[in-house]
Design a protein around this ligand. Structure first.
Ligand SMILES: C[S@@+](CC[C@H](N)C(=O)[O-])C[C@H]1O[C@@H](n2cnc3c(N)ncnc32)[C@H](O)[C@@H]1O
Length: 220
């Protein structure tokens, strides 16, 4: 089965666990593949909409995975059971992922693999509240779209404002696509700056540009 680079990256972090829950599973390709490759013993493929639920059920049947991948109609983490030790949430915005995480009910999840389409800082911001910390952080490009992947483990999280916004591991490692995204943001703010007339707004935007340029210039 061919998976996108984005899903392959998430899948890599599921290896060695017992039960995976894939929240917002849609086609259920990720949990099917995680079981087929032996990364986990069993999986829950969870979606809160009926169309994707049916699509997931069709695919699970097609790959004869009915005994190992259970398709569940459910909201966020609500239907995650106590046997689940790894959770993937991919293809959603950072806002939605943070809202889902705020409703954790089981204490047994050893790892979250979170692929955010945007606003990854919203996820970093709620880590102290939910008792998880960053284990890894990636910025990847798939078909010219840049995505964030955040991998969490139980623990206490402490980040300063810059780390919250950009990610402590991104700031440390300065990965290629992270820097590429900052360059686009700098260009974007420079275009806005050229059009703005209010002094206050000019200062604000210039401060933003200075912050971004400092991160880029400081590249190892
Ligand atoms: C864009 S698709 C992503 C599918 C797959 N995870 C991927 O990354 O390719 C998002 C899926 O999440 C489901 N979804 C959105 N919010 C959800 C929530 N709160 N709980 C469960 N599923 C959700 C949607 O119905 C949809 O099928």
């Amino acid at each position: 089965m061919h998976l996108s680079k984005r899903l392959e990256t998430c899948l890599r972090y599921t290896e060695g666990f017992q039960r995976l829950a894939d929240i917002g599973t849609d086609h259920a390709m990720l949990p099917i593949e995680a079981v087929l490759r032996g990364h986990v013993v069993s999986a829950l493929a969870i979606d809160n909409k009926f169309g994707p639920f049916l699509q997931a059920r069709t695919n699970v049947k097609k790959y004869q995975m009915e005994n190992r991948v259970k398709v569940v109609l459910g909201e966020g983490l609500d239907k995650v059971d106590a046997e689940t030790d790894v959770v993937v949430i991919s293809g959603l915005g950072g806002d939605s992922i943070a809202t889902i995480l705020e409703n954790i009910k089981t204490q047994n999840i050893k790892r979250f693999v979170l692929q955010a389409n945007n606003n990854a800082y919203k996820i970093r911001a709620i880590l102290p509240k939910i008792g998880y910390r960053l284990l890894d952080e990636l910025v990847l490009a798939d078909q010219n779209v840049i995505y964030d992947v955040l991998v969490l483990e139980p623990g206490q999280s402490e980040m300063n404002e810059l780390e919250l916004e950009f990610g402590p591991i991104n700031l440390r490692d300065k990965p290629h696509h992270f820097i590429q995204r900052l360059h686009s943001e700098i260009d974007h703010y420079k275009r806005i700056l050229a059009q703005v007339t209010s002094t206050d707004r000019k200062e604000l935007i210039q401060h933003k540009i200075d912050t971004l340029e400092a991160i880029v210039d400081d590249r190892k």
